[in-house]
Design a protein around this ligand. Structure first.
Ligand SMILES: *Cc1c(COP(=O)(O)O)cnc(C)c1O
Length: 379
């Protein structure tokens, strides 16, 4: 239990493991490449400001986030590094890009002009990434619409107060075993890059690789890589070869038992009475619920570790609390630690397990736990 957490439940963020992952990813990326630390969504729920400090210790000079709020939070915390905003920024927020020296992503010359104009008004120059859609279907110039795109990027390259820093695209299936589509994206990316340079547009930085590509597609490492999920010690899918990269999970979720009771056969727990005791049972309550990112659809398969014993969650997870069947834990008492996600060295409940049980991916599990739980940083 941690006094400053103000709750007997917390996300434990292991900064030594984060540091270990950063170093191994750097080695995997190879020499001379820019490391773009993707710490959007509050560092996938782990706490972007704290993680930025560890990235800084490792000489990482570029961060990527998804929203202006996330960029401002880093700046307010003193970040001097380049901060790329991975989403598009509507014209009306151009002044914020300029004020906080954010590196925007653009894929339309009108939008780029609005940002350049805002920069001119402030006597600054903004550096930007050009987005090309090679197959993600999300944002960017359509790679196949080459003539239009080259003409429009040329207009951007002539803006007075916006400078093109790089060319960016995003992989849709790099984490799949079959890399056919990834190589098609790679080919489109290269073709787009070559068309721009042939048209006289200078592209100092090419960046395409996400975590899965860093692990398995060295031909797209180019000038800069954008590791996300692997920073946090999670693999991008079940299909990647884990032997390609050694990483350690950064987040664990823990709680202390706040309430214990012995109940008779037939006693029920929780909304909908999904748990009914079939034997005289001991039931513990912890103050963790679905509003903390503990998914309600996980209830039937949810398990935790108490004093070395794996115990099932009893009944449906509530918004802010849930119950655990600790009947098989000898001498269990109020205050005992409960591992909700993590390992005691023997048993492990990882983000992948929770994700598999709930039809999602480890990314979402970490993001969700990061929303409301107090974070405790350890090293
Ligand atoms: C989230 C994101 C990344 C990182 O993806 P991972 O799979 O977590 O490595 C990289 N680039 C862009 C554009 C993203 O949105």
């Amino acid at each position: 239990m941690f006094k400053e957490a103000l709750r007997p439940v917390w996300a434990e963020i292991n900064l030594s493991n984060f540091d270990y992952n950063v170093k191994n990813i750097k080695a995997k990326m190879g020499e001379g490449r820019e490391f773009i630390g993707v710490i959007k969504a509050d560092g996938y729920g782990h706490g972007a400001v704290k993680l930025a400090e560890v990235l800084r210790e490792n000489d990482v000079k570029t961060f990527a986030i998804a929203t202006l709020h996330e960029a401002i939070e880093l700046r307010d915390a003193g970040a001097k590094e380049r901060i790329i905003c991975l989403g598009l920024t509507p014209d009306m927020y151009a002044d914020t890009i300029v004020e906080y020296d954010i590196t925007p992503v653009v894929c339309e010359s009108g939008n780029a002009k609005a940002i350049s104009d805002a920069a001119a008004a402030a006597g600054k120059t903004v550096e930007a990434l050009i987005a090309v859609d090679t197959g993600m279907g999300r944002i960017g110039y359509l790679a196949d619409d080459l003539d239009y795109a080259v003409e429009d990027v040329k207009k951007i390259s002539q803006l007075s107060n916006l400078k093109i820093w790089g060319l960016f695209s995003h992989m849709a299936t790099a984490d799949a075993y079959d890399k056919t589509f990834s190589h098609q994206q790679e080919a489109k990316y290269n073709k787009f890059y070559e068309a721009l340079t042939a048209a006289g547009v200078e592209i100092p930085t090419r960046t395409l690789a996400n975590s899965a590509s860093i692990m398995e597609i060295p031909s797209v490492h180019f000038d800069a890589c954008r590791p996300g999920i692997i920073l946090y010690g999670q693999y991008p899918s079940h299909e990647v070869d884990k032997a390609e990269l050694d990483i350690k999970p950064v987040m664990e979720v823990k709680a202390n038992i706040v309430h214990l009771k012995d109940v008779p056969v037939g006693f029920s727990c929780g909304y909908g009475r999904k748990f009914i005791a079939e034997r005289p049972s001991r039931i513990a309550t912890i103050a963790l619920g679905y509003a903390d990112g503990y998914p309600r659809p996980y209830s039937a398969q949810a398990k935790v570790i108490v004093n070395g014993v794996v115990c099932p969650v009893a009944g449906n997870i509530c918004m802010d609390q849930c119950m655990i069947d600790v009947t098989d834990v000898p001498e269990v008492k109020v205050g005992d630690e409960v591992i909700v996600m993590g390992s005691d060295g023997v048993n492990t409940i990882d983000a992948d397990y929770i994700a598999d049980c709930t039809g999602t991916i480890n990314y979402e599990i970490c993001c969700a736990f990061g929303q409301r739980l107090p974070k405790v940083y350890i090293r």
